[in-house]
Each structure stands twice: as structure tokens, then as C-alpha cells.
Design a protein around this ligand. Structure first.
Ligand code: NAD
Length: 353
């Protein structure tokens, strides 16, 4: 059986976090979306810190209603000091013990799924965020909301790379609005709790994170491509193929997320991603070919009905704020990240999604 997440990646995250991680010693952390792609990394990183780094264990309470967690997410490992609760965060959650950090990562993140579950997508980011903020306020815990780079919508090219201060070009209507607009409201809720109640809130705007552990049925671009490669089928590129993205390998992203959770300036949003390179989907196929050392057949096709139209033309983060304030520095280049992900997917994926 192949490893589901790479042990070497978990150790790399803990080692790169260094002394900062000791703040978690003896603390209690509530994590929502604990069985999603990022949530499973958090669970494994906390388990690793407890075993190898912290003097006093950190207790992790992970919530998830498993709506998009897939079969890997539903298999909850039995880890010391980690408690899993099957809970829908649209409902309030009662917690009587101490609580020091709330990480709200529950969400419906894949465009395929938010097309299928628009109301659930909206509510987890609005009602779910409010419920978790109230819990953080009541316990005076630090609160981190996983927003998205999608809050920038389709940015004016003058604002690419995009700074946190850019206000966005987002539609309140259409198939992407349930995700983009609800993340914007989630950020507004954080702002209100910070201003009105003094809650130490941060928002994180991740830019296309990828790596081992992405479900075969996730339907974001890289798992889609890896699945088609495994099935020896041509890759499908939607639209023109000229739309650009940046891709941040999971170990870089997790270090950035944890630095925000531990050291973010209260009230502030942070872009977390890897600004280099900003590449088109056609160039991404070329990168994959260079990593695999062979040609990969691909087709340029119309957007399927299952995929929300109006995708942004460009996406690239300006990460100077996280660099300056948190010493965040991505260090895994795209080819190396693709090599780790594709090698893993080749062992784990079935090619049947
Ligand atoms: N991974 C990325 O590149 C990326 C980019 C931008 C934003 N984000 C945001 O980061 C967060 C985590 O992303 P991910 O990639 O792990 O997503 P994911 O879809 O893999 O995991 C999200 C988890 O949240 C759970 N969930 C959804 N609604 C819930 C509810 N009402 N109650 C409890 N659990 C619920 C799902 O079952 C799933 O396990 C999400 O909020 C996402 O919007 C991620």
C-alpha cells in the first residue's frame, strides 16, 4: 500500500517551521475541514509535532461533515491527542475545554463540487465562519479563516501579481458566485469580529495548492491531469489553454499557513502561494512532459457543463507581505513539486475517476 501523504513531506513541513511550532506546546486547536486535502496535512503535521517536537502535546479537535472528503477522508486514522467529530459547521459547535486556536478550513473548494453544491458552498463560508468566530471569541482563541485567491475574481492585468489590497473584480451572479462571494463575506465576518470584539483573526488566501493527498475525484486541474495520465488518456484542457495560474507545492503552502496561524498580525489577510512561474495550461502540459520525460497527448475542449464558466484569465500572488511579516519563502520549484505529485499519483490513483 502506497503512503497516502508522504512522510518526508510532513517532516519537511515541521522542520521548516522550526522554533515557531513550539507555541503549540500544551495548546488546544480546533480544525474544521479536518478530512479535506489541507485538513489531512494539518492532522498529520500535528501528530508529527506531538511525537517529535513539542514538550507538551498539542490537542487537535478536527471537525468535518465529510461532504466532499471522499473515501480517503472518511477513513479517520487513530492518532494520539487527535479527536475527530463528524459535525456540520453550519450548526454551532459546543466546546467546554480550553481552546487556543481555531483553524476554519472547511469549505467546498473544487469548482466541480461547488457547481454541484452551491448552497452548501455559500453556507459553510458564511454561517460556518460565523459559528467558528463566535466560538473563538468566547474562548479568546486566535482565529484563521481559509478564504481564497478567488476573492480577487478576474483581476485587471494591472493588478497581476495581485496584492492583498486589490479589491477584486467579482460577479455576484453566475456559477462561481457561491464560492467567490461567500469567501468575501467570510472575510468581512472576520473583519467585524476583529474590529468589534477584538478577536485575533487572520484570513489566508491560498493560490492553487497541490500535492500528494489530492483525491482522484477532486477534479481540480492537477488531479484531473494525473488521473488521465494514469488511464493513458489525453489530457483535457478547457477553453483556450492560455489562462494562467501559479502552483504552490503543499510543503511550501503548509509552512505559510502555519506561519499565519502562529504569527499573523491580527486583522490581516495574507496571500499564500508561489508566484513563480505564472504559466498557462498549455505550458503546464509542457512542464509535465519534461518531468515525465515523454510526450503527453492533450485536447483543447469546450468547458464541460460540470465546470463553472467564467474562470479568471490570470492568477498570480504578490507574496511580499507574507515574506516581510512572516519570513514566508516558497522553496519547492514547480518541476520538483510536479515530480513528487506525479510519482505519488502514479502509485495511488486508479485512472477510473
Ligand atoms: N487547496 C487549495 O488550493 C485552496 C485554494 C484556495 C482556497 N482553499 C480553501 O482552503 C480550505 C481547504 O481546502 P482543501 O483543498 O482542503 O478543500 P477540500 O475540499 O479538500 O476539503 C474541505 C473539507 O471541508 C469539509 N466540509 C465542507 N463543508 C463542510 C461543513 N459544512 N461542515 C464541516 N465540514 C465541511 C469537506 O467534507 C472537506 O473534507 C477550503 O475552505 C478552501 O476553500 C484551498
Amino acid at each position: 500500500m502506497a503512503e497516502f501523504l508522504l512522510k518526508s513531506d510532513i517532516a519537511e513541513i515541521a522542520q521548516r517551521l522550526g522554533e515557531a511550532s513550539r507555541d503549540f506546546s500544551g495548546k488546544t486547536v480546533l480544525l474544521t475541514g479536518g478530512r479535506g486535502f489541507l485538513g489531512r496535512y494539518f492532522m498529520d503535521v500535528f501528530a508529527y509535532l506531538n511525537e517529535h517536537v513539542l514538550e507538551q502535546p498539542c490537542r487537535l479537535v478536527a471537525l468535518d461533515n465529510l461532504i466532499t472528503a471522499g473515501k480517503e477522508g472518511a477513513e479517520v486514522p487513530d492518532l494520539p491527542n487527535v479527536t475527530f467529530v463528524n459535525h456540520d459547521v453550519i450548526e454551532p459547535f459546543q466546546w467546554e475545554g480550553p481552546l487556543h486556536y481555531v483553524i476554519h478550513a472547511a469549505g467546498i473548494a473544487s469548482p466541480f463540487y461547488y457547481r454541484a453544491y452551491p448552497l452548501e458552498t455559500l453556507e459553510v463560508a458564511v454561517r460556518g465562519t460565523r459559528n467558528m468566530l463566535e466560538l473563538a471569541q468566547c474562548h479568546q482563541a486566535r482565529f484563521t479563516f481559509f478564504s481564497s485567491s478567488e476573492i480577487y475574481g478576474d483581476p485587471d492585468p494591472k493588478h497581476v501579481p495581485t496584492q492583498e489590497s486589490y479589491r477584486g473584480n467579482v460577479s455576484a451572479q453566475g456559477p462561481r458566485a457561491c464560492y467567490d462571494e461567500s469567501k468575501r463575506v467570510g472575510e468581512t465576518l472576520c473583519y467585524i469580529f476583529h474590529e468589534k470584539h477584538g478577536t485575533a483573526t487572520n484570513t489566508i488566501r491560498p493560490f492553487n495548492v497541490f500535492g500528494p493527498g489530492m483525491q482522484e475525484t477532486d477534479y481540480r486541474v492537477l488531479p484531473n491531469f494525473a488521473n488521465r495520465i494514469k488511464a493513458s488518456q489525453p489530457l483535457n484542457i478547457y477553453g483556450s489553454g492560455n489562462q494562467t495560474r501559479t502552483f504552490c507545492y503543499i510543503t511550501d503552502a503548509m509552512v505559510g499557513f502555519l506561519l499565519v496561524i502562529l504569527r499573523g498580525v491580527p486583522g490581516e489577510p495574507y496571500n499564500i502561494g508561489n508566484p513563480k512561474p505564472e504559466i498557462s495550461m498549455l505550458e503546464l502540459v509542457k512542464r509535465i512532459e519534461s518531468v515525465l520525460g515523454r510526450k503527453v497527448a492533450h485536447n483543447i475542449i469546450e468547458y464541460p457543463d460540470s465546470y463553472p464558466a467564467d474562470e479568471p484569465n490570470r492568477r498570480c500572488p504578490d507574496i511580499r507581505k507574507a515574506r516581510l511579516q512572516l519570513k514566508f519563502e516558497p522553496s519547492v520549484d514547480l518541476n520538483e513539486g510536479l515530480r513528487r505529485f506525479l510519482t505519488w499519483a502514479d502509485k495511488v490513483y486508479t485512472g477510473e475517476a
